[in-house]
Design a protein around this ligand. Structure first.
Ligand SMILES: [Zn+2]
Ligand SMILES: [Zn+2]
Length: 287
């Protein structure tokens, strides 16, 4: 066991994880996660569950590959249940480009990337990272960036996480739990419980809801519960800051302020610029 751990720790292909994401697409839309050669080199079970092999005396042993393969399966399960939108599903730090295809630096991209990198480093030290609230005009990479952080934490640390799109799902789901005809009837507690306690949550498109009292109350309950449980929360919003600040009499914002670093992402379209020309994005940190 000692030997495999050393070999994996020194491996640059998988950065010490024992598994990696191979982005080369053979079939379908995505690449695949694979066990790294540094683990394969020690494997005596052929990668078959329950990852056991038999010695010459026909005695069973756990294969050295076992913890790595189990962790990889856990990662795969987390990704399958994360609800991250398809186009961001397998995006990692390296996918957040700092320069356009012509090599011109995209302004602000490096700073935004370091928002993710710092949090990954905090997790590496075994500490809990601070949440982040990204606000600014639509379509400048806020959602992608928060998905990248979620993906990195699921992939490297098997931290369970979810992506919550407030514009589409949340309130509709919740409302269905109050509708006797729905198969979700009576489940609001379940939904809230999962979202309140899951270690890492992206709340995307904060503030697009219609802001009825009921919706604001639900939103407050969610944010408040995550605050109470000290869970990592990432929020993106296209709303003017003043509007966020005033939601639900300021109670939601005051909770967010406790949990999150507030970062303004000023830009036109990050993705657009990352594909075409030099960007004008810039970010500044506020209170
Ligand atoms: Zn490796
Ligand atoms: Zn094996």
């Amino acid at each position: 066991m000692e030997k495999i751990a050393e070999r994996v720790a020194a491996c640059r292909k998988c950065d010490g994880l024992g598994y990696f994401y191979d982005g080369k697409v053979k079939a379908g839309q995505f690449g695949e996660t694979k066990i790294c050669i540094c683990v394969e080199a020690f494997c005596r079970c052929g990668g078959r569950t329950p990852y056991q092999y038999f010695d010459a005396q026909m005695e069973a042993h756990w294969c050295p590959c076992r913890p790595y393969r189990q962790k990889l399966r856990q990662v795969q399960r987390l990704f399958a249940h994360s609800d991250v939108p398809k186009r961001y599903q397998w995006k990692f730090l390296d996918d957040f480009k700092e320069a356009d295809p012509k090599g011109v630096k995209i302004r602000g991209a490096m700073d935004l990337k370091s928002v993710v990198r710092r949090r990954v480093e905090t997790c590496q030290l075994g500490k809990a990272p601070r949440g982040v609230l990204l606000w600014g005009s639509p379509g400048n990479g806020k959602t992608m960036l928060s998905c990248i952080l979620l993906n990195e934490l699921m992939f490297q640390f098997t931290m369970p996480g979810k992506f919550l799109d407030l514009s589409l799902q949340y309130f509709e789901k919740l409302r269905n739990t109050y509708n006797e005809g729905s198969d979700r009837y009576g489940q609001s507690w379940n939904i809230l419980e999962t979202l309140s306690t899951i270690p890492c949550l992206v709340i995307d498109d904060f503030g697009v809801q219609r802001n009825t009292e009921w919706e604001q109350e639900m939103l407050y309950n969610l944010v408040d519960a995550r605050y109470e449980h000290e869970r990592l929360t990432m929020v993106t919003t296209n709303k003017p800051f003043e509007e966020i600040r005033e939601l639900h009499g300021g109670r939601i914002y005051s909770r967010l302020l406790e949990m999150c670093e507030i970062i303004q992402v000023e830009a036109s379209d990050y993705r657009e610029h990352s594909n075409h020309q030099a960007g004008r994005s810039r970010n500044g940190v506020q209170g």
